[in-house]
Design a protein around this ligand. Structure first.
Ligand code: SF4
Ligand code: SF4
Length: 362
C-alpha cells in the first residue's frame, strides 16, 4: 500500500538533516531513517552522510529524503531546509551553523538536558518548533545508544511515523549483529519517543542568538597562515575538542599517579601537561594534569593508566573542574599557565610553545 506524507517541499520531498559529531551514530541513524522510509513506511527514500576525516569528534551531517513510492528521487544534494533537524550534540550550538536553513515549519530536536524554554533562552532560536530530549541521560539509564533515543524522538516529532515501525527497524538492524542489545535499545527508542518535550518558538526568543565562535577569529589576508586554515572546532588551529565529548571525562587522581607517562604517549591530543620537576630529589617529568580544552573524551588514557590515577567520570558531575591541575609541591615555580590565551582560545603551554598550525607542528 502506497503511503503519503503529510507535508513536503515544492519538489515533493520530506527532508531530514542530522547534525552531529563522529562517534554518536548519526551516520547509522541516517541510514536507518532511509530504510525506515523505504522498507517500513512504503515510501521512496534516500540517505547519505557528509563528513571529513573519519575521526571521533569531527562534524558529521546526515541527510534523508522521503517521497511518494512512485516518485523518483532525482535530488542528491545536501538537505538545506529540513522539515526535521536533529542536533545530536549541544556543543555544536554556536560553534557551527547547524541552524542554517531552518524555516517556520522546521521541527528542531536538540539533545540537551535543558527544557525547551531554557534552551530558547540560552540559544535564541528564531524560527520553527523546538523539541528537547536528554538523550545522553536516557542512553546511560537504559544502556542504549544515543542515536536510538533520537530515532524515537524523531518519530514522535514527525507526528506520522509509527513508533512500532521504528522498533521493528531497530530490532532488525541491531538484532543482526547484537541480539543481546535489542531490549536496551528498544527501551531507548521508547523513552526518546515518550520524553520529548516541545515548545513553539516565538519571535521574542530570537533575542540573544549566539554568535558563531568562528567570528572570534579574525583571520584575514594579512595574518592567515599560508596554505589556509580550518578554524572550526576540532581543527589544529582552535584545537577545541571539548564539544567532541559525549558526557565522559577522564578524571585525574593525582595522588595515585606514578608519572609513568603512558597516558601522555597514548593521548592523541596532547591533553597531559607534563613539566620538569623532581622526585626524591632527582629531576623528573611530572604529570601536572589535563587541559580539558583539548580532550575529546575517548578515554584511552583511562584504559592504559596502570594505577587507576585516571578514571572515567561524568562530565556533568564536575562543572567546576580546573582546566589544568598543577601540582604545586612537585612543579617548579616557573610554570606558566594561562586559562585563556591571547585570543581567548589557546589554553595550553603545549599549544603556545609548539605553534600547532596547518596540520603539523612547526
Ligand atoms: S580521554 Fe584521555 S586519551 Fe582521550 S583525549 Fe582525553 S585525555 Fe586524551
Ligand atoms: S598513566 Fe596514570 S600513572 Fe602513568 S602518568 Fe598517566 S596518570 Fe600517571
Amino acid at each position: 500500500m502506497q503511503n503519503t506524507l503529510p507535508v513536503t517541499n515544492e519538489n515533493g520531498y520530506f527532508e531530514i538533516r542530522l547534525e552531529s559529531i563522529g562517534g554518536m551514530g548519526a551516520n547509522l541513524c541516517g541510514k536507518m531513517l532511509g530504510e525506515l522510509g523505504a522498507l517500513y513506511l512504503s515510501l521512496n527514500a534516500s540517505s547519505f552522510s557528509s563528513y571529513g576525516s573519519e575521526k571521533r569528534g569531527s562534524p558529521v551531517k546526515a541527510f534523508v529524503r522521503w517521497c511518494r513510492e512512485d516518485m523518483p528521487i532525482r535530488v542528491n544534494s545536501p538537505v538545506v531546509s529540513p522539515h526535521i533537524l536533529c542536533i545530536f550534540h549541544e556543543g555544536l550550538m554556536g560553534r557551527l551553523p547547524v541552524l542554517d536553513g531552518v524555516k517556520p515549519d522546521t521541527k528542531i530536536i536538540l539533545n540537551t538536558p535543558l527544557s525547551p524554554d531554557e534552551a530558547m533562552q540560552k540559544y535564541g532560536f528564531a524560527k520553527g518548533t523546538l523539541y528537547c530530549i536528554d538523550a545522553l541521560k536516557i542512553a546511560m539509564e537504559s544502556h542504549s545508544r544515543i542515536n536510538m533515543v533520537l530515532l524515537g524522538a524523531i518519530a514522535k516529532a514527525s507526528e506520522f511515523v509509527p513508533l512500532d515501525c521504528v522498533k521493528s527497524l531497530c530490532r532488525d538492524t541491531i538484532g543482526k549483529k547484537y541480539p543481546d542489545l535489542i531490549a536496551s535499545n528498544l527501551e531507548g527508542v521508547q523513552k526518546g519517543h515518550d520524553l520529548l518535550s516541545r515548545a513553539v518558538i516565538s519571535a521574542a526568543s530570537a533575542q540573544g542568538t549566539p554568535a558563531l565562535h568562528k567570528d572570534r577569529f579574525t583571520w584575514g589576508w594579512d595574518n592567515a597562515p599560508q596554505g589556509g586554515i580550518n578554524h572550526r572546532f576540532g581543527s589544529t588551529v582552535s584545537n577545541d575538542l571539548s564539544p567532541s565529548r559525549e558526557g565522559y571525562i577522564p578524571l585525574f587522581l593525582q595522588e595515585k599517579c606514578i608519572n609513568c607517562g603512558l597516558c601522555d604517549s597514548t593521548c592523541p591530543d596532547m591533553v597531559f601537561q607534563f613539566r620538569e620537576g623532581n622526585i626524591d630529589g632527582k629531576p623528573a617529568m611530572i604529570n601536572g594534569g589535563l587541559d580539558y580544552f583539548h580532550c575529546k573524551g575517548c578515554l584511552r588514557c583511562v584504559a592504559v593508566c596502570p594505577t587507576g590515577a585516571l578514571v572515567k567520570a561524568l562530565e556533568k558531575d564536575y562543572p567546576d573542574k580546573p582546566w589544568f591541575v598543577p601540582n604545586k609541591d612537585l612543579l617548579p615555580d616557573s610554570i606558566r599557565y594561562e586559562k585563556t590565551g591571547p585570543n581567548g582560545w589557546i589554553t595550553s603551554d603545549s599549544y603556545l610553545d609548539e605553534k600547532r598550525v596547518d596540520g603539523g607542528i612547526t
